[in-house]
Design a protein around this ligand. Sequence first.
Ligand SMILES: Cc1cc2nc3c(=O)[nH]c(=O)nc-3n(C[C@H](O)[C@H](O)[C@H](O)COP(=O)(O)OP(=O)(O)OC[C@H]3O[C@@H](n4cnc5c(N)ncnc54)[C@H](O)[C@@H]3O)c2cc1C
Length: 380
Amino acid sequence: MEVIEARNVVVGAGVVGAAAAYHLARRGEAVLLVEQFGLGHTRGSSHGATRIIRHSYADPNYARLMPRVYQLWHALEAQSATPLLTRTGGISVSPPGVPYAELVEAALVELGVPAQRLSAEAWNQRHPRFAVPSGSTVVFEPDVGILAAGRCVHVLLHEAERHGACIQPNTPIDRIELETSGVALLGKGLRIQADRAIVAAGSWIPILLPALAQVLTPTRQRVVYLGTADPGYGVGRLPVFIWIGAREEQAYYGMPDLDGRGVKMGRHHGPATNPNQADERVDEAYVDELRGFLRGFLPELAEAPLAATETCLYTMAPGEEFLVGAWPGRSDLLVAAACSGHGFKFGILVGEVLADLATGQTPMAGTERWGATLAGFLQG
Ligand SMILES: Cc1cc2nc3c(=O)[nH]c(=O)nc-3n(C[C@H](O)[C@H](O)[C@H](O)COP(=O)(O)OP(=O)(O)OC[C@H]3O[C@@H](n4cnc5c(N)ncnc54)[C@H](O)[C@@H]3O)c2cc1C
């Protein structure tokens, strides 16, 4: 049995774990990050080329945190001399009777973030490729953008290593044991004795920490890329779009063609799944459903050829809330389940919160509710 002693151990090299290692290492903390697969694998939630970043949230609690999130990503771009965020502009759209776009507008006004509200007719006139249904509300935010997801994770890990972190891929942790002091992380022929452990294992959190299996549900997400040679669907021409309809499953998002693979699109919800069973199928019925939505929103694109597909995991929590904080009664075990399909942009802030909690500092105001949510679920 190999026994390793470590001060801070991070489980998971997705955007959250990578960000936690990055922030801790930059503060001079010794960090060991373990990942069950190889770095850059495509089995979890953080792979692929792109993720949307926006201030445009209907929930002002999340919107208020976004200026800090943008600041942190821009700081990482400067530190690493690597472009990570492409500004594209973006629209939040909802039909009559669904207050999503109006709530987004209210949050942006509160923050003082530039934005414009338009009727469907006015938007369609300005962007003739769109056919937003009459009566809908459109809120355009110029600062919406795209994060280069895979590159973001790579740069976070690289910067963490540059500041002394040790990154160990292909090291699955099978069990976590709380000891009188410290935490033991056990794998095949391996025992890691940690002063502090940070579990950022995404969809595997309910497996590693079964007490959370009641509240966290891994779901399988399918993404399509629709190929078009029309420059009108490129960056600077087609904004990011988010449509929230009357029924929960009528939630669609899309983004302009960033890298020549086509317009990326998906539905926000997906079937529950077991993260240990990889399934990369994207069924025809799902593609037809997306085409059906596009026929009433971006009609030309609905008929574009399918250029590529991709699958990925969400870790859904009730109310799409984040659970980030210390295990009840144990400041040496921190957990971060910050996903529900909108966690990538926040990864760099969640990492900062974890580093603050680990080093006894007070995290940013507005993030403490994530710890209360975790405690609430664990203490019932
Ligand atoms: C299709 C899709 C579109 C999305 N779009 C957006 C978007 O536009 N904007 C946005 O902000 N968010 C978006 N998200 C959500 C976002 O990608 C996730 O919230 C985020 O990537 C979660 O990161 P994570 O680090 O928590 O999880 P992961 O990236 O899954 O990282 C967890 C890591 O832990 C490792 N691990 C698990 N168990 C163990 C173990 N036992 N031992 C060792 N390692 C282990 C896993 O292998 C994995 O690498 C999207 C997600 C999907 C799937």
